[in-house]
Design a protein around this ligand. Structure first.
Ligand code: SAM
Length: 215
């Protein structure tokens, strides 16, 4: 999916992927990452997920990147509520950085986001990023993520369903695909699998993965 597709989704408010509540699988499995308070967690393709506020409330520092500035503005409206408090907005070349204490969200293209811009982080939480991208972009995404995060642990939430019934996004991600993208760098564990109905048309499994770096 190219940038225009996502900008259009956000401008038309066609954001079925956005969850009204914190993702219960994040709450259930955050401790599998064995992080200490103050750890810095990266959310690639973060949208305006409520998971950011929850991670922050648990004492983590959060960094995200999102294409849509519209989404990021809504995220901070949601986070701050009180209109007298505003995020600090900084232009950094091709990126715009929105910050409040311990939350940094970059507006820009993940594929142009560098290791130096991201800085040191302790874990990746990826919900609905991998499934947002078509086949041709997914391997590039996984490689770029490993490159800029130096292969640190990941909590990854994907979907698996019969892709012949509906077209993505979200795209179905099989165990084989996960192995193809991540097996060289990580020990992969499937932590959970919860069934849901996708768009009322097909049964889909929400699958939670833990990726632990191979030493
Ligand atoms: C399926 S949504 C998932 C959002 C979020 N992770 C969540 O759980 O709600 C995918 C998001 O990725 C963003 N996106 C797509 N391509 C991107 C890119 N190349 N760089 C940064 N963000 C991107 C879209 O604008 C969209 O908000």
């Amino acid at each position: 999916m190219e940038a225009d597709f996502w900008h259009e989704r956000w401008s038309k408010n066609e954001i079925g992927f956005h969850e009204k509540e914190v993702n219960p699988l994040l709450i259930k499995h955050i401790n599998d990452l064995k992080l200490s308070k103050g750890s810095r967690i990266f959310l690639p393709l973060c949208g305006k997920t409520r998971d950011i506020a929850w991670l922050h409330s648990q004492g983590f520092s959060v960094v995200g990147i999102e294409l849509s500035e519209h989404a990021v503005k809504q995220l901070f409206e949601d986070l701050l509520g009180d209109e007298s408090i505003k995020p600090t907005v900084t232009q950094l070349g091709n990126l715009t950085l929105y910050t409040i204490e311990n939350i940094e969200i970059y507006v820009g293209d993940f594929f142009n986001f560098s290791k130096e811009q991201l800085g040191q982080i302790d874990a990746v939480y990826d919900r609905a990023s991998l499934i947002a991208l078509p086949d041709a972009m997914r391997e590039k995404y996984a490689q770029h993520l490993i490159e800029i995060t130096a292969g640190i642990p990941q909590l990854l939430i994907t979907l698996e369903y019969d892709q012949s019934i509906i077209n993505g996004p979200p795209f179905s991600i099989s165990n084989e695909m996960i192995k193809n993208y991540y097996n060289d760098d990580f020990n992969i564990t499937e932590l959970d699998r919860i069934e849901e109905s996708l768009k009322g048309k097909v049964d889909a499994d929400n699958v939670v993965w833990h990726l632990a770096p191979k030493t």
